[in-house]
Design a protein around this ligand. Structure first.
Ligand code: GLY
Ligand code: MN
Ligand code: MN
Length: 434
């Protein structure tokens, strides 16, 4: 993504918060995995959205209208010795030259400089309650200022949740965000395709998880958006199954929920297919039902429809089908009223997608489901889960877990399925695996 994109976002946010305001955004901390080994570092999504800066130990400060500079970046200084051990740093020079900061300061000077920056600003925009450590530092700076207020120092009087503004911006994807998300979805879709070709009875689930990561990395996406779920047979009924430790059995389905991350943007795709390449009759019936529900839901992803519409369409199709197959008794209306589908389908049909896999943005506005608008990206992911031993259900349906998940962009012309390259019809899947 170009630096002009990040600059545009900062300008937009600064226009919203107005002069006399200051916005403060820290990034994530490095997290210990064990002793002196750290988890791979991933910047905070809000911070990254505005800065494009992916080093740890950094804080961005926006001060609209400040003559000496509106965008300040606190970060690590260059240090040849540390860089020899831990990797390159942008340093203060890089923060200005490469990341568009008007001025940059050492992160170690944050406590000395921030109180002075708050002085005379009326409103502080900050995501209070996200990090208690950083909350305390902000409180400390304000306390210092108040102690000097008798000397005529101006202390901010309003504290506003920055996340609310920022998350609404993040919900509407720009052209360059859509381009990255489309690439991420294409890479993941190609990897899912490859898994269908690789799969055979006897392989362990982790073999497919490894293959997915490999296929994505081969295509330039070296990070995953979340831990891959590879569940064979009954394991497919566990929604967040990540052990991926069992062998894949002949005659079972395998459910794979996996997506790469590209430039910090997530993709999130689920495909379910037969381990041996051929659907059994009960698998075929349930699979086609989930697919019909998914297609009906995707068709509702149109500007002017509500957030709840795809889910409603999906549960209607699922409920009707479950009655037809004898898994539910009674009329469609009765069953919809009782929400009896929930025995087999206990999650919602999707979520916003973006820098975070479960992306930010309100789902309701003033108590009503949000109206879909062009530029929003969401997942559509109905499923059916019938674990072994489920009471009152014929044996032939048991041990089947199915989810089909795509990433869908709302456009003026209707749904644009970013992940469409991952096969999902029964014929496509069986042909590819033959
Ligand atoms: N992969 C997480 C989800 O589908 O929501
Ligand atoms: Mn999802
Ligand atoms: Mn998923």
């Amino acid at each position: 993504m170009r630096s002009t994109e990040f600059a545009r976002r900062r300008r937009q946010l600064m226009r919203m918060i107005g002069r006399d305001a200051i916005a403060i955004l820290p990034t994530n901390h490095e997290q210990v995995r064990n002793r002196d080994v750290y988890y791979p570092f991933r910047p905070d999504s809000d911070f990254y959205y505005l800065t494009g800066f992916s080093e740890p130990e950094a804080v961005a400060v926006l001060m609209p209208g400040r003559p000496q500079g509106e965008y300040l970046l606190f970060c690590r200084e260059r240090d040849p010795e540390r860089e020899q051990w831990d990797g390159r740093r942008a340093g203060l020079e890089g923060a200005v030259a490469d990341y568009g900061a008007d001025d940059a300061f050492p992160i170690d000077d944050l406590d000395d400089i921030l109180p002075g920056l708050l002085e005379g600003r009326e409103r502080v925009y900050y995501a209070m309650g996200t990090s208690s450590d950083f909350d305390q530092r902000v409180s400390g700076w304000l306390k210092q200022l108040r102690e000097r207020s008798r000397a005529g120092v101006g202390v901010p009087t309003e504290f506003i949740a920055l996340d609310h503004y920022l998350h609404d911006m993040r919900l509407y994807k720009s052209r360059s965000e859509i381009a990255v998300m489309r690439r991420a979805a294409k890479i993941s879709a190609a990897a899912h395709r490859q898994l269908m070709k690789t799969c055979r009875p006897g392989l362990p689930e982790y073999r497919l998880a490894a293959e997915f990561a490999y296929q994505c990395a081969q295509r330039g996406a070296t990070e995953l958006a979340y831990p891959s779920i590879v569940g064979g047979g009954d394991n497919g009924c566990i929604l967040h199954y990540v052990e991926n430790a069992d062998p894949l059995n002949d005659g079972d389905l395998v459910l794979i929920d996996a997506g790469c991350e590209l430039e910090c943007y997530a993709s999130d795709i689920t495909r379910t297919f037969p381990v041996n390449g051929r659907f059994s009759e009960p698998q075929r019936q349930l699979y086609q039902l989930v697919l019909d529900a998914q297609l009906a839901a995707i068709d509702k992803v149109r500007p002017g429809n509500h957030w709840g519409d795809p889910h409603r369409a999906a549960i209607r199709v699922l409920t009707r089908g479950l009655i037809r197959l004898g898994l539910l008794k009674g009329s469609l209306a009765q069953n919809l009223k009782k929400e009896s589908y929930r025995k087999f389908y206990m999650h919602r049909t999707g979520h916003w997608l973006g820098l975070d896999v479960h992306d930010v943005g309100d789902y309701k506005v003033d108590g009503h489901w949000r109206v879909l608008e062009p530029g929003m990206v969401l997942t559509v992911e109905p499923g059916l889960y019938i674990p072994r031993g489920m009471k009152g259900v014929a044996k032939k349906w048991q041990g089947i877990g199915i989810r089909i998940e795509d990433d869908v962009l709302v456009t003026r012309d209707g749904p644009d399925v970013l992940s469409r390259d991952a096969p999902k019809t029964i014929d496509e899947i069986e042909a590819l695996m033959a």
